[in-house]
Design a protein around this ligand. Structure first.
Ligand SMILES: *Cc1c(COP(=O)(O)O)cnc(C)c1O
Length: 410
């Protein structure tokens, strides 16, 4: 089955009424006939719903769809992508652990990693994103390898297959944030990754109308009981132990649950993911190519043939290159003037919207970072991040063209 068919026919209509869209179960709690039933559900001996902080039929349906789409065995939805990122990691993390990560990270994730330092967790950043560079940072304290498929906004591409082989040779799991690429470009679990994370606020939702996140677990990783002690009480669940603990401890005790209505909207967005990604990737390729032919502008997009990661992206992402690129305009003044001159592209902090979005990362999503962190993340003062939407390409090109003419000459 091809992508969009799998996407649309992966789940059947709702059982009770045949409703083709999933009903919104806008409820906090669920009545049970008897105290015995309630006891069994709490003990996990009977399937059922108790409280929406832990599970909800609307959310469960979305979790099943996302797990199927990513070829995983289970998923837990969260209130935001950041909640998904933090809970996914803290589900196995202990004081003294180390994480080896690519450095071109989404600003929120890098800020969260800074937060972890106060809990005695050390993060080692690989500046040049190549598997052999990850190897040199791994110690006996390393708990996991963490990467984004395409770094946001560095646009560095992680070699998932090689990194999975490296991680497994050291008995470590590979965590992959697949937000920027979505399963349309890559299903990281098929390349050997173990845990996949999404901010569903972005392309999965597609309309910029709900914040959400999800963590999906693959079937192959062996959680060594000495190394991953937090999972020991869950050993009887076998390869589901990670995902069972994620729900019963992280979701239950930290409480970052998704809202049924948000998940309902995101599920509607998900139906058209294939169509939207196809259009947005196509638009991004054309717009990046157009800008790369202008003099004095540096364009960073894996789709351009001179890009460091072009060959890897081409094979790994099935000849697609994503919806995001960055341009360097020579100075902060130029970048601001350019952003202020755009008519269609909106100055907005998110990505993965139906509309084309731009932002100046250094003064916004990376404002928390020091100079060294900015350099490692590829954030310079003259950089503008562009996230291409679904508009007609001719209009985007003419909008960018007129905005370029308006920038200060240098
Ligand atoms: C946006 C984003 C997140 C965080 O998601 P929120 O839904 O905004 O909390 C994490 N990772 C990546 C790559 C993102 O783009």
């Amino acid at each position: 089955m091809k992508f969009s068919t799998e996407l649309l026919h992966g789940t059947s209509p709702e059982k009770i009424t045949g409703s083709t869209t999933q009903p919104i179960y806008q409820t906090s709690a669920y009545y049970q006939e008897t105290a015995e039933d309630m006891e069994k559900i709490f003990a996990g001996r009977k399937p059922g719903f108790v409280y929406t902080r832990v599970n909800n039929p609307t959310i469960a349906n979305f979790e099943r769809r996302m797990a199927a789409l990513e070829h995983g065995i289970g998923a837990v939805a969260f209130s935001s992508g950041m909640s998904a990122v933090s809970m996914a990691i803290m589900n196995i993390l202990e004081t003294g652990d180390e994480i080896v990560s690519n450095s071109g990270l989404f600003g929120g994730t890098s800020a969260f990693f800074n937060e972890l330092k106060s809990f005695g967790v050390n993060i080692k950043y690989v500046v040049e994103n190549r598997p052999e560079n990850f190897a040199s940072f791994i110690t006996e304290k390393t708990k996991l390898i963490y990467v984004e498929t395409i770094g946001n906004p560095k646009l560095d591409v992680a070699d998932i297959k090689s990194l999975a082989e490296l991680a497994h040779s050291k008995s470590l799991p590979l965590f992959v944030d697949n937000t920027v690429t979505t399963p349309y470009l890559i299903k990281p679990l098929d390349f050997g990754a173990d845990i996949v994370i999404h901010s569903t606020s972005k392309m999965i939702n597609g309309g910029g109308n709900s914040i959400g996140g999800i963590v999906i677990c693959g079937k192959n990783f062996k959680w060594n009981p000495v190394k991953f002690q937090k999972l020991n009480n869950f050993a009887k669940f076998g390869n589901m132990s990670y995902i069972v603990r994620l729900r019963s401890n992280m979701l239950m005790n930290f409480g970052g649950c998704a809202a049924p209505f948000n998940v309902f909207l995101t599920g509607i967005g998900l139906d058209t993911l294939g169509l939207r990604m196809q259009r947005a990737c196509d638009n991004a390729s054309k717009l990046a190519k157009f800008l790369s032919e202008k003099k004095d502008i540096l364009v960073n997009y894996p789709g351009l043939e001179n890009n460091l990661y072009h060959e890897l992206a081409k094979t790994q992402f099935n000849n697609k290159f994503g919806t995001m690129f960055t341009i360097r305009l020579g100075s902060k003044e130029n970048a601001f003037k350019f952003i202020n001159s755009l008519k269609f592209a909106l100055n907005v902090s998110n990505i993965g919207d139906a509309r084309t979005l731009v932002i100046h990362p250094a003064s916004t999503i990376y404002f928390h970072a020091n100079e060294a962190e900015k350099i490692n993340a590829g954030v310079t003062d003259d950089l503008v991040r562009v996230n291409v939407g679904l508009e007609d390409i001719a209009d985007l090109i003419s909008d960018f063209e007129q905005a370029l003419q308006n920038r200060i000459s240098y």
